[in-house]
Structure formats: C-alpha cells, structure tokens
Design a protein around this ligand. Structure first.
Ligand code: FE2
Length: 245
C-alpha cells in the first residue's frame, strides 16, 4: 500500500497491485477498458478487449461551498501497462463550453504518484487538423498542470509505476472524445523506445506548427507545487471561479 495522504490532502492509499484506492469517502471506480480505446491506439489488437487501462474515481466528497462553486474533484489511477509499442495513455478529450462562452472549460491536474506526461494541444475546437502548439509536459508527484481553455488533453504514463493523478473541473463540463477518436488519437504517439525520453511519432491526421517539451511549472493560477490541490480549493473555493467561468 502506498500512503497518498500527504501528497493528496485526503486520507487515502493506493494498492499498487490492483490500482484500487482505499480510504474514507473514496467513490466507486469506473474502469476504462482497452475495447473503449480501440480507435485511439496504434495497435487495436495489442491487448485483450477487457483489459483495464485505468480507473476513474469521480466526485470525491468536498464541502457545501465547493459544491456551490460548481467544482468536482476526481482521481484517476493509470496502470503502467504498455499498449503494444505505445506508452499507456488516457483516451483524450476536449471539454464543452460554459453557457454563452466561446471557449471551453479549463481544468487543473496534480500528479499524486508516478511520472506522467501531459499532451496538451490547441487552441483547438476539434474542427480542424491544424494545431498551433503541442505541449508535452512532464510531471512528478506534487506537480501541477493547468489545462487552458480550448486545449485537448491526453495523459501518458512515463516509467514503471502506476500514475495517480487528481483533477479539479467544473461539474457542468462534459468530455467530448469524438474529434480525437476521428483522428485516431492526438497529434503524437509516444513509443516506449527511447532510452531517456520516449520516441515521438507524429499522427498524420494533424498538421502541427510547434512541439514543446516542458517540465511542469512550479505553480499556476493559485496552485502551488507540492501543496495538495484538494486542500487549496477547499480552503478558498472562491479563488477558483476561473475553473467554472
Ligand atoms: Fe479533461
């Protein structure tokens, strides 16, 4: 068992063998099976269809103030299981737009365990093949990654340990997988072939202007590296109205 209480701000631990989270208030998990990923992987026959790639724990208990602010806290556990030549990854999506807005909802992630690589690309509304910038953001436990409005995102697992990551997002935000499924994933496939970094294979369904590999920033929009995003929002939910504009 890995104790995640310090890094998450919640009394939870991870069973590394099963990927299950234990602790008070942990919601029921929803599995993402390989069958649901078939359209976004290089090799749709790499794994058995029922194989579970990650577990989503949605909507942890928060506070009446956070509920009133319309925010939701989730945790995802990703298994370090390669998909053929590819690094393990999430399906990837774009967000819906708040009523009356022309840009989609933002989101914030924090890595709680393992090493993750966030593929953020945009600005993009899912209606063109041209992408201004693809950011590959490397993040370790405590690191924070802010997904700006109109940026699609996919998380990849770096290393041999499961990735546990938390996120805050607006309760009204809906995920749209279709534009990414249509283009058979995001702009890059990451192959577990590099010695230091994975090998990047561009997806021919996109035209990318620039690719930037970055380390997660020290802080962002009121969040501080190493401080649990759970506690940060619970203390001052009003500061994070930008997550639910
Ligand atoms: Fe998202």
């Amino acid at each position: 068992m890995v104790d995640l209480s310090q890094v998450s701000g919640l009394s939870i631990s991870l069973d590394e063998r099963t990927g299950e989270l234990h602790g008070k208030g942990v919601p029921e998990s929803v599995p993402r099976s390989f069958a649901e990923m078939a359209k976004v992987v290089l090799d749709p026959r790499a794994l058995p269809p029922k194989e579970v790639l990650y577990l989503m724990y949605r909507d942890f208990p928060t506070s009446p103030q956070v509920q009133a602010a319309g925010l939701r806290y989730d945790i995802t556990v990703m298994f370090p299981k390669p998909v053929g030549r590819e690094l393990p990854k999430t399906k990837g999506h774009i967000h819906s737009r708040p009523p009356g807005s022309t840009s989609s909802y933002p989101e914030v992630y924090q890595v709680l365990h393992g090493r993750a690589l966030y593929e953020l690309f945009g600005p993009w509304k899912g209606d063109t093949d041209e992408i201004e910038t693809v950011f590959l953001v490397e993040a370790e436990p405590g690191d924070i990654v802010v997904v700006p409005p109109d940026h699609a995102h996919i998380t990849h697992v770096l290393g041999q340990e499961p990735v546990v990551m938390a996120n805050w997002v607006a309760r009204d935000c809906q995920n749209d997988f279709h534009p990414i499924e249509q283009r058979r994933s995001g702009p890059v496939y990451l192959l577990a072939e590099g010695t230091h970094r994975p090998t990047i294979q561009f997806n021919p369904h996109y035209r990318v202007k620039q690719l930037r590999w970055e380390m997660a920033r020290d802080s962002g929009r009121g969040f501080i590296r190493g401080v649990p995003i759970y506690t940060t929002v619970l203390r001052q939910p009003r500061q994070f109205g930008w997550l639910n504009p």
